[in-house]
Design a protein around this ligand. Sequence first.
Ligand code: EZ4
Ligand code: CO
Length: 402
Amino acid sequence: MKITDAKVFVTCPGRNFVTLKIYTDAGIYGIGDATLNGRELAVVSYLEDHVIPCLIGRDASQIEDIWQYLYRGAYWRRGPVNMSASAAVDMALWDIKGKALNTPVYNLLGGKSRSAVMVYGHANGADLHDTIAEVGKYVDMGYRAIRAQSGIPGLKSTYGVGRGKLFYEPAEKGLPPENTWNTEKYLVYTPQLFKALREEFGDEHYLLHDCHHRLTPIQAARLGKELEPYHLFWLEDTVPCELQESFRLIRQHTTTPLAVGEVFNTIYDYTTLFTEQLIDYVRMSLLRGGGITPSLKVAHMAGVYHIKTGFHGATDLSPVTMAAALHFDLAIHNFGVQEYMRHTPETDAVFPHHYTFDKGYMYPGDAPGLGVDFDETLAAKYPYERAYLPVNRLEDGTMFNW
Ligand code: EZ4
Ligand code: CO
């Protein structure tokens, strides 16, 4: 089965998505997600100008070889643009293989290890009361695991706390907006928030929190320690992630479980974190990590060190990545939880899919391949609109960490 053509589509049904479609001489096509939030068109060019010409004529069944060809053959390894492009190719090829063999992708990955995929939802509130109310909505929808983020008293806007409810969107159209940050206010407020949540909802739910890389190691250690009485499921992205050794200090001081990895893109970002058992959950997305093929290796290596997965599932990953993640989560042994931020109805209409949600759990469905399609006609009605993630500054104007 030879690859005959591949096309890239950019569409903005409320937010931008980049989709790759690979066609074969068997009449089967596969689709992959290539969306890199705020840098979308760089991946479009990478695919159209540099990757697609190398794919034509290759055997679509050789997924591992094509992945290695793109990774090793480029000479310039790693990086979010390169890895997102490779991920789109990889997802599309798994989709094609599933369709060709008439089986869902999870069957190709070893089959079901569980009957359903536990997901966590994002409860965001402007303040303490609002956040309690938002968490309550997720409790009512049957979620077992809920991430709570809150605006901070004294700060005008906070990254990770959306304006909309249920459909939180991190990017904004136009040029990057600017947020103002104060770490002391955050460190004082956050333990109060989780104390209030436990008082309100008891101990039954898993509670999660994302620090969005805004702390130093010693601050992360303090927050982890102060959150211990509220036994979080995880504390995510405490420090900027480039320096894996940072986690040694945090780990020495707290038993709060730690999660990291949504900005990572290869297994080499984890070697110290894994081998020294410095984290509890690996957070990469299938998309940023180069696709299903390399992410299997990351998950397997994590499993050796008692680390589970909690893969990225934000709205800036299209339903194609969401589907791929659900097949992956159903199959691997050391699955922990899957992030699930709902897409808008406009997005869901452009990407008709078989995956379903029921009371805090998701199911990829049994359609052959990934079980997601792409409506080209509808997509064409939503042209690309430049959008960026916000930047973050301290109150005196200093550019600050994400
Ligand atoms: O900020 O995907 O845990 N989830 C997150 C996400 C990220 C966005 C960035 O594009 O942190 O909401
Ligand atoms: Co995050």
